[in-house]
Every structure is written in structure tokens, then in C-alpha cells.
Write a protein that binds this ligand. Structure first.
Ligand code: GUN
Length: 282
């Protein structure tokens, strides 16, 4: 039997707790505030940003929703970031990725103050994470660690395999698992014998961006399988990187798409914003 991990339910519970923390902050005259910047018209990004601002509203976080045209220059975005870095009433800043091709994403990520970097993408925050002294955690891997906590999955000493090495998911996921004492293998598009390696995993995190790539052949009986994918299949249906029907019944635990990792990412973004606002009290 496979336990289907419910990201909707868990994220709702987390957000209810965050609403109480937001209320407490307001009683102390702090209004938690998050700047969300979207450049261009990418439809997927528009949905993600909409979900983020809506979650903020539900919790009582002031979301400053900034939409900029595709033609915006890098200098204009850097000016905007500098303005909000200096604004003491703003606790978190995020620029939705990907950015249009004429803009250097690294330069944008590095311009955000590490103290307001709710995504945890700044190299300073990445460095702290890899040294197991985190100040801000990338939201998707953080949300996955919350799943383990909720479902009493102890990763200590376990064989964890991450498929994908992106800065947003794969690399920070590996660091978090290592910090939690798992034995971590990071695999990617050039990995040889991927299937054999995946089959050894007690915990398998799949973040490769290829629809329904991982089927039951990649999965050890009883393994924990986390699906970070968001793809449209040929029929236009939203699917993960894991072939759900194939893996369901073999895995011990499995996250669905949608209603798995996605809502947890947003809950962790909100949690990071509240934490930054709480730090401003001290
Ligand atoms: N694009 C895909 N995932 C993310 C994320 O977590 N944060 C931002 N800013 N952009 C993304």
C-alpha cells in the first residue's frame, strides 16, 4: 500500500498557524510584507505568482504585486530591488524565475539582500545552507523536508537519491538531506545507470522536468517518492516527473501532482516571510 502525501492538507495546516503569527506581528505594529516581481507574460509564472499573492492575502501578509513588461531592462529591475532592500517595511523580496533572456538571473538573485531573500537563492544563503548554518531555505526543498516531518519519515542514515541538480531544487535538496544525516546521491541528465542508482533509494526526489519519466522500474519497493515535476502531457493534462499510476502501489509514500509539493512550496515561502518579519522585532 502506498501512502499518498497530501500537500493541500499539510500546507493548509501550516498556513493557519502562520495566520496567527501574522496577527501577533500586527499587534506589535509590524505588517509582514512581501514584494513579488513578475517580468513578462509566461503563463506558468503568472499562475505561480497569483498563487503566492493569494496565499499571502489569506495569511495576512501584505503582498506587493509588481508586474513588469517583457521589455524591462536589467537596470530597471536592479533599481527596484535596491529600493525595496532599503525599505524597512518590506521583509521579503522575490523575483519569479525564469526571467526574459536579456536579463542575467544571477545578477538579479545576487542583488536581493540576503536578509530579505525569501527564496534562499542568494549565494550567501546557499553557502550557509551547505555549511549547515541556514538563514533562509529554498522553498521547494524545505517543503519536502516538512513532508518527511509530518509523515514521521526519519531520513537519518537513509539512502537518498536526488534526480536533478538545479539551483532551485536539486542542489539545495541534497544539502538539506545531508544536513539531516541522509546518505545523498545527486544524479542528473549525464548520470550513467540512473535506473540502477534510483532503485537503491530509500528516498527518491525527482526534479528533472520530464513528464512521467520515473516509472515503477526506478523505484524500490516501499521507497519514499517525491515528485517535484509540473509538466503538461500530450493530452494537455498536468503531470509530474513520476508516472503516478505506475509507482502507486510500489512506493511506500508518494506525492501527487497537483496537490503535492506545489502547495508546500508556497507555504514555505509564506513561513520564510513571517520569520523575516519576526526577526525585524529583534
Ligand atoms: N521559479 C520556479 N520556482 C521558483 C521559486 O521557488 N521561486 C522563484 N522566485 N521562482 C521560481
Amino acid at each position: 500500500m502506498t501512502v499518498i502525501m497530501n500537500g493541500n492538507e499539510l500546507s493548509k495546516k501550516i498556513k493557519e498557524n502562520l495566520r496567527l503569527r501574522a496577527t501577533k506581528l500586527k499587534e506589535q505594529n509590524i505588517e509582514p510584507s512581501l514584494v513579488v516581481v513578475l517580468v513578462g507574460e509566461d503563463p506558468a509564472s503568472q499562475v505561480y505568482v497569483r498563487n503566492k499573492t493569494r496565499a499571502a492575502e489569506q495569511i495576512g501578509i501584505n503582498a506587493i504585486d509588481i508586474r513588469l513588461p517583457e521589455t524591462t531592462t536589467e537596470a530597471e529591475i536592479l533599481d527596484l530591488i535596491a529600493k525595496y532592500n532599503a525599505d524597512e517595511t518590506v521583509h521579503g523580496i522575490l523575483v519569479q524565475l525564469p526571467l526574459p533572456k536579456h536579463i542575467n538571473e544571477d545578477r538579479i538573485t545576487q542583488a536581493i539582500s540576503p536578509l530579505k531573500d525569501v527564496d534562499g537563492f542568494h549565494p550567501v544563503n546557499m553557502g550557509h545552507l551547505f555549511m549547515n548554518e541556514p538563514l533562509a531555505l529554498p522553498c521547494t526543498p524545505h517543503g519536502i523536508m516538512e513532508f518527511f516531518k509530518e509523515y514521521n519519515i526519519d531520513v537519518t542514515g537513509k539512502n537518498a537519491v536526488v534526480i536533478g541538480r538545479s539551483n532551485i531544487v536539486g542542489r539545495p535538496m541534497a544539502a538539506l538531506l545531508l544536513n539531516a544525516n541522509a546518505t545523498v546521491t545527486v544524479t542528473h541528465s549525464r548520470t550513467q545507470n540512473l535506473k540502477e542508482i534510483a532503485r537503491e533509494a530509500d528516498i527518491l526526489v525527482v526534479a528533472i522536468g520530464r513528464g512521467e519519466f520515473v516509472d515503477a522500474d526506478y523505484v524500490k519497493e516501499g521507497a519514499v517518492v517525491i515528485d517535484v515535476g509540473m509538466n503538461r502531457n500530450a493530452a494537455g493534462k498536468l503531470v509530474g516527473d513520476v508516472d503516478f499510476a505506475s509507482v502507486n502501489g510500489k512506493a511506500g509514500y508518494l506525492t501527487p501532482v497537483p496537490r503535492g509539493v506545489g502547495p508546500m512550496t508556497i507555504a514555505m515561502l509564506m513561513q520564510q516571510t513571517i520569520e523575516f518579519a519576526e526577526r525585524s522585532l529583534n
